[in-house]
Design a protein around this ligand. Sequence first.
Ligand code: SF4
Length: 311
Amino acid sequence: MKEKTKKLKIVLFTGYNCNNRCVFCIDADKRALPERTTKELLALIYAAGKQGADILEIIGGEATIRPDFTALVRAAKKVGIASVVCATNGRVLADLAASQKIVDAGLDAVIFSIHGPSAGVHDALTASPGSFDQLMKGMANLKKLGFRRISGNTTVVKSNMRALPALAGLYVKLGVRNVEYIFVDPTYGGAKNAFDELVPKISAAAPYIKKALRIGLAAGLDQWKARYVPLCHFKGYETQISEINERTLFLTEHWAPDFKNTDAIGSRRVVSRRRPPACAGCARFQVCEGLWVEYLNHYGDGELKAVKSRV
Ligand code: SF4
């Protein structure tokens, strides 16, 4: 039963097929799983509507490469879901006709995954030459069609963290009002398999993430956020931490082909993130989720420092 004050957000995974091969992808080991059928997805969309979903986020893999993508969006609007959102690598949108079809289907918002300020940085991470240029073209196409609800997310890894300020400059130039800098999740998939190559120390990455947030603030973009970071490295940025915000705003369910999680926000705290012994007595303990368990297994908790005051 959803609490009246919170919005119900259902994240619907269509499957794990993708036209990129991002090296850090959490789904890297799931590519061979079968895609959900159209019939299955339409039934799930109907169920989401019946359950009172306020937001349906359609993701893959890469959902836009499915021939039925626009039919799924239309169905979600037809069952009365107020906000139908897609997280995408943006490549399909490089085709103006495809963009037009997606906009016509009634999609409400698009979240582009941008992992660098240039083709050099982005394409190396997506392992897909040309993916940055297509993404930029896709975003330009949406704007050309008058579509304005465009957000960005960036996975922070070793090879792009130094480029975050430049990427922030690009986001400012593109006028992206909602951006998330997401500290890489090494629980499964690409970042777990190549941890040493990909996962930076939080003490190394935090200064660049904070610099990127400040670049946004200086441009009047105060909705930019950092995700999956320990709060002791983000003192003074508490209003820009995704988890703190989402806990008050959303109930989030994940409906994937291989699992269903009816409390994605709460379970993360219990299962995949941890506040280790170094957090004892911390003033932020209740609101902080600490670090990824997998991160602590590799690097330990030596970078964490209990916050003394609530100020
Ligand atoms: S010491 Fe632990 S609980 Fe406190 S802010 Fe850091 S990670 Fe969070």
